[in-house]
Structure formats: structure tokens, C-alpha cells
Design a protein around this ligand. Structure first.
Ligand SMILES: [Zn+2]
Length: 92
């Protein structure tokens, strides 16, 4: 899957926007992104019914493009998740 044209952090509204190549813009809340972190630690927690606690006003502090996706660092110190583009596109 192709990378979006733009990925923008909206600090004030605590959301990420992704503008895909077909012109569609997708918005995802920081908390939703954190909840859906695809790293092995978070997946294990989710499967055992102990999802990570999401702190209020969670911010995205860094993003690193990884080719097939993006690594997102959150203000709670969690930065293990690499989100593939197709995974992000599937988050409603
Ligand atoms: Zn994680």
C-alpha cells in the first residue's frame, strides 16, 4: 500500500490526519492510535484483556517514516508501535 501524501499531527485536537493519494482525508484520535498500537507488547495485553491505560491528553511526540508505515512515539513514553499504512487505513 502506498504511503499517504500527508500525515499531520494536530496537537490542539489530539488527532492525526492522513491524506491518501485518492484525496480522502482520514482522522484518527491519538487515544485510538495508542489503543490500537500494533507492537507485540500491546497486542499481548489486548489479547489478555488488559489493554494499556490511555492517559488523558495523550500527545504524539514523534513520527518516523518506516517505508511500509510509520513509527509513532506517544507522550506516555511508548514508541514501540510501527503502524503499517494499510493498518492505519483500516482504523475507522
Ligand atoms: Zn505498543
Amino acid at each position: 500500500m502506498n504511503a499517504p501524501e500527508h500525515v499531520t499531527i494536530h496537537a490542539a485536537t489530539e488527532r492525526l490526519s492522513l491524506t491518501w493519494r485518492d484525496g480522502q482525508t482520514q482522522w484518527i484520535d491519538n487515544a485510538t492510535l495508542r489503543e490500537r498500537c500494533p507492537c507485540s507488547t500491546c497486542r499481548r495485553l489486548t489479547h489478555s484483556g488488559k489493554a494499556a491505560r490511555i492517559e488523558p491528553h495523550l500527545a504524539i511526540v514523534d513520527m518516523q517514516p518506516m517505508g511500509y508505515g510509520v513509527q509513532i512515539a506517544f507522550s506516555d513514553g511508548h514508541a514501540q508501535g510501527i503502524y503499517p499504512w494499510d493498518y492505519l487505513a483500516g482504523i475507522a
